[in-house]
Design a protein around this ligand. Sequence first.
Ligand SMILES: [Zn+2]
Ligand SMILES: [Zn+2]
Ligand SMILES: [Zn+2]
Length: 331
Amino acid sequence: MPELRQEPLTRRWVIISTERAKRPQDFKPKPIESHTGDCVFCAGNEEKTPPEIWAYRSPGTGRDQPGWWVRTIPNKFPALGIEGEMNERVNGLHKTMNGIGAHEVIVETPKHQVEFFHHPVQQIEEIIRMWRDRYLDLRQDKRLKYIMVFKNEGPEAGASLEHAHSQLVALPLLPKAIEEEIEGLKMHLKATNRCLFCDMVYQEGEDGTRLVAESDTMLAFCPYASRFPFETWIVPKRHEPDFGLISENEVHDLGTTLREVLVKFSMVLGSPPYNLLLHSTPVNVHIGVSYHWHIEILPRLTKTAGLEFGTDIFINPTPPEVAAESLRRYH
Ligand SMILES: [Zn+2]
Ligand SMILES: [Zn+2]
Ligand SMILES: [Zn+2]
């Protein structure tokens, strides 16, 4: 059973993974697995993965059989496990709880395909619906407080299998990064009586210098204080805390906008490694402010090093205005 330990100084939570327990010799770099024939995510190899949680599949096809087009399975090396009690405990300075939660993999296509932007828009819409369905299902577990969908693209961004997939993690606590966003939203609400994300959408839309792409319901822009070169956020124009309540129009627009941004990345940067994070309001907990769901895409073109770790201040060599301008040029 993995353990969640809280660092008493900064109150940051760390998952101490027991399942993955690595010895010093395990840290030698390994090449990314790219064999088409024995890829465990390809259709036909269903028995090589843990049993399916949920899949969109043709009528008449059975669980863990081919016939699916988006398939969710448990992570083979889960950071957290769904069984057991939280058993929160304190020993002197040390606060610990059992690593209760979920860690799932969403296989985005039955074909061996690597790049997200190669999916047709309808397929991206189905992937977004799967993200939503898993989010709505897992939140019924009242022990869980935060659910995040994310994607690691490329080995430099943490991917270990090249077949297109995203992941979902469900946590029994509020991560510090989300507490900080909630704090920012509360301060802005107190000062202006408005939602910070709604104001961001308005200001970036009016200003236009950091705009990357726009659809009826979505705005993509490089944030004013981007941490990473070409960092891009996609924010729905409609105020909605809860990604689980995304409308069908928004599913379509998010699919189109997400694909457009990633096509632009590939044109300008040549398919860079990136991390994609989907932030939605916490579940089963009252946060005292109305959240606004959004996506953050963080290209991994620079290394996070001493300055960033020591001060949480990032050096970004590409002004977001310059990044947005070059991304806008391709459409
Ligand atoms: Zn494959
Ligand atoms: Zn809002
Ligand atoms: Zn966020």
